[in-house]
Ligand binder design. Structure first.
Ligand SMILES: [Zn+2]
Length: 176
């Protein structure tokens, strides 16, 4: 009986956490969408090798046509509850960047750090580049910075990560 009560109690505790996480994720996606839509009129069909229409679909409809894999792909968000594997290092990551019908965007515990709203938005913008365009870190950072710059006149600094990935030698540039 005590065990049953404990299980019930844990179930009651777990539900608000999941609801909270879902709400934070939805808020971050909405913020990323607003920023992208503010920048979009100032961008052409593609920016830094990213197809902007496909990016818009991935972000807003969670379904897009991938020129890279040649098929229509769903974007599936998966909230991870442990800090193992890639979640030991990242706030989010994309897996299944292949010909499969879905790209999975994994959201790690770090993503839900209190007060990190702008980082959450930035993470969504960044990971969505991986969903649509592939694994290039420099491309993902440069595209995200460009969108934020066009939308707001500034961007979340990425100097450390830019350096770690040797992006100075890449074909991509951060906004001035
Ligand atoms: Zn990345």
């Amino acid at each position: 009986m005590i065990r049953l009560l404990c299980a019930l109690f844990l179930a009651m505790l777990a539900l608000p956490v999941q609801a909270q996480q879902n709400a934070l994720l939805d808020k971050a996606i909405a913020a990323a969408t607003r920023t992208f839509e503010r920048a979009l009129p100032q961008m052409g069909a593609s920016t830094m090798g990213v197809d902007n229409a496909a990016y818009a679909d991935a972000l807003k409809a969670r379904r897009f046509h991938s020129a890279r894999t040649g098929n229509v792909r769903d974007v599936i968000f998966v909230i991870e509850d442990s800090e193992k594997g890639s979640c030991a290092k990242f706030a989010a990551y994309v897996a299944g960047v292949s010909n499969s019908e879905a790209a999975h965007l994994f959201i790690c515990p770090q993503f839900f750090t209190p007060g990190a709203d702008l980082l959450r938005e930035t993470t969504i913008l960044h990971e969505m580049v991986h969903v649509v365009a592939g694994t290039d870190e420099c491309q993902a950072m440069a595209y995200t910075a460009q969108i934020q710059m066009l939308a707001t006149g500034s961007y979340v600094p990425v100097a450390k990560y830019w350096k770690e990935n040797g992006c100075a030698g890449s074909r991509y540039r951060l906004p001035d």
